[in-house]
Design a protein around this ligand. Structure first.
Ligand SMILES: CC(C)(COP(=O)(O)OP(=O)(O)OC[C@H]1O[C@@H](n2cnc3c(N)ncnc32)[C@H](O)[C@@H]1OP(=O)(O)O)[C@@H](O)C(=O)NCCC(=O)NCCS
Length: 439
């Protein structure tokens, strides 16, 4: 076989496992009216069509906030909001119907496109819309009558499932109907979360307008538990309405049993595909599943980490790290906590100038091994490295090289490590150096 691997072939092969994993799964994809108005809508829908052709069952939930505001402006009216919530009076409801109708037609038209020179050539997609969401009025809250602003009361999951079984892409809009025969304006994020829960969807995916969910330092948060997402939402930091609404929907969906919610910036071309078909993704994964208990270490974890690593230092598996060193480096550590006890840890030492990081001190307590925690930490740190713009991870190991090789690391020469790290290499230990590209 030729040693030169074509990057296209390599990427295509690497996505095979995801194609297999996503087939037959149900994804609810939500995006705002800004995405509908954008010139990139076509590309987004091409990617949706591609997912559909790979056997993913898709429900699209499109917002219409700017379109509703435009319709109001055309009538010389100002939008009225109380906090985050629109007050929908008679005129506003007319505007909602107009905006939602237009949005729906636009999506249906683009999803019907089968031009020979487009990526959807010959796709012949079926689109289903309908009265799937029953609404109830928000009513009067703190003396404010929200009139035709509603919230989801029930989602007809059975009817949606039938359309999906039939091979259609289901399109939902921020509108619901009441048992009294009235239409109500519902936030598209609430529609999306309620639908994902009712369907038992595998994923809720939110396409964000800005750069994504950023931490206090402006770095993309690569993964959050619903609890961490909740803390972020109530941290008092201004995250922007778009991020806040998406985060709230992600938390609601996860708590309602949806295993994973992905929040991805739609600004980068193909971000939906990157998030779904690469191991590390490009957005923020909100899940209580895999990363529950994984968190950055704090000073009071030093004792727990020492208890974990000291036996391995005795055996020569790990380099000795005195307590003071751990205390200084604690910000670099991530731990998995279970019942108040640190059961696993790992450290990440980044060399941003070289776009590389060292993964060090990866340890799982012997009682908790072989149940995926090592993998869980590795995946967590890979996502984090990627979010920091790093391109490669390396590790030095004496007895665990196979574990790393089975996870995409390859032996490399010492000269490939950053100069600052090379100079610290302990010739006596004769550790093996392994490297993994993160793209
Ligand atoms: C390596 C380690 C972190 C893996 O943790 P874990 O939670 O058991 O990992 P996972 O559950 O994700 O993977 C377990 C698999 O790795 C295998 N494995 C464990 N140690 C291994 C080693 N040294 N070499 C090769 N494979 C190994 C297990 O046999 C198991 O394989 P199986 O699923 O085929 O049975 C853990 O064994 C450990 O703490 N080892 C001691 C510390 C160490 O060597 N750290 C690396 C130096 S930086």
């Amino acid at each position: 076989m030729s040693p030169q691997v074509d990057p296209f072939v390599e990427h295509f092969r690497a996505s095979a496992q995801y194609i297999h994993a996503h087939r037959g799964r149900t994804f609810v994809i939500m995006f705002g009216g800004e995405a509908v108005a954008s010139k990139d809508l076509r590309t987004l829908l091409f990617d949706v069509a591609l997912l559909h052709s790979l056997g993913v069952r898709i429900v699209l939930v499109a917002g219409a906030r700017p379109q509703i505001d435009d319709a109001l402006a055309r009538r010389g009216e100002e939008p009225r909001f109380e906090g985050e919530l629109r007050v929908t009076d008679d005129v506003a409801l007319e505007c909602v119907k107009e905006a939602v109708g237009t949005t729906r037609v636009e999506l249906e038209a683009l999803l019907s496109m089968g031009l020979p020179n487009s990526p959807m050539a010959g796709a012949r997609l079926r689109v289903a819309t309908g009265n799937f969401v029953t609404a109830q009025p928000v009513g009067v809250v703190d003396g404010v009558d929200y009139q035709y602003t509603g919230k989801p009361r029930r989602v007809d999951a059975e009817a949606i499932r039938q359309r999906l079984d039939d091979g259609a892409i289901v399109v939902l809009t921020p509108i619901g109907y009441s048992a009294t025969g009235e239409a109500f304006n519902i936030s598209s994020h609430e529609v999306a979360a309620a639908t994902a829960i009712a369907l038992g969807a595998d994923k809720l995916i939110g396409l964000l307008e800005g750069q994504g969910v950023l931490d206090a330092e402006g770095v993309l948060s690569s993964q959050l538990t619903p609890q961490q997402a909740e803390q972020l939402l109530h941290s008092g930091r201004d995250l922007g309405h778009d991020v806040e609404r998406h985060l709230a929907a992600a938390i609601q969906a996860c708590r309602g049993g949806v295993p994973r919610a992905h929040l991805v910036s739609r600004q980068r071309d193909g971000s939906l595909l990157r998030e779904l078909f690469t191991r590390d993704g490009v957005g923020t994964l909100v899940t209580s599943e895999a990363f529950e208990g994984v968190r950055p270490a704090a000073q009071n974890d030093v004792g727990g980490i020492l208890a974990l690593i000291e036996p391995l230092e005795e055996q020569g598996i790990l380099v000795r790290r005195p307590r003071e060193m751990l205390e200084n480096d604690i910000d670099r550590f991530t731990v998995i906590e279970r019942d108040g006890m640190v059961v696993a840890c790992a450290a990440l030492y980044a060399y941003p100038d070289d776009s590389i990081a060292e993964l060090a001190c990866l340890v799982v307590h012997p009682d908790y091994r072989t149940s995926g925690r090592g993998d869980q930490l590795l995946q967590y740190l890979e996502r984090q490295s990627r979010a920091q713009g790093l391109r490669r991870l390396f590790v030095l190991t004496t007895q665990t090289s196979h574990w790393f090789r089975e996870r995409g690391f390859d032996t490399c020469d010492l000269s490939e490590l950053p100069a600052a790290r090379r100079s610290l290499y302990d010739q006596g230990r004769r550790s093996k150096t392994l490297l993994k590209p993160l793209d």
